[in-house]
Design a protein around this ligand. Sequence first.
Ligand code: FES
Length: 65
Amino acid sequence: MARIIIHEDKGPKEVKVGKESIWICMCGLSKNKPFCDGSHKMTLDEEEGKIYRYKDNKRFEIKGF
Ligand code: FES
């Protein structure tokens, strides 16, 4: 069983815990979920209107989705 989930955010969400900040992954690519590990940097040059798939730190455009 597999599923495709669309993530549109290109960066983490800051959550304040007391005086500290933690950064929650919103891009879906972190290998340390729920925390951001910087993997979102791969999404920064994504083009509007296109859908991508990421695997092994490589990006593939999905056409006809
Ligand atoms: S927001 Fe997903 S890795 Fe940073």
